[in-house]
Design a protein. Sequence first.
Length: 150
Amino acid sequence: MLLDHNVIFVDKINANLYTRGMDHKWIYPIIGERVRQRRKTFKLKQEVLAEKVGMSRATVANIETGRQNVLVHQLFALAEALEIEPQALLPDKDLRPTTEERGKAAVAPTVPLPADLKPQYREQVMRVFAEAAPESPPLPEGGHGKKTKR
């Protein structure tokens, strides 16, 4: 009797190299700000721009605030509607944050902290947020995490 076994070896240490990728979260707020500035130059409302590019107003609003990633075809549609080259909406290479800046941004809490909070307590709060599980989404502003029936 001959048994055929399929064995898969996973190199857990080097596998992380493939999943890390580039830290890209800093790009979208810059693109969004450039879209917003250009839209305001033309005195367009979000609704009008959204209609021109075939998006919802909420999508345009989320792009402008950096909450939504912009797909390549959307970037080109926005650029055409705003009469600008797509490259003009992209961040300059020198705007890319340094490793230190990216580390600070990853540690920064997403909740407002009291202005009079002592630096040592601020640092403790930031450390807690940095150690939090990355897969848990941030609460909406003013949210408390509890779901209520309406």
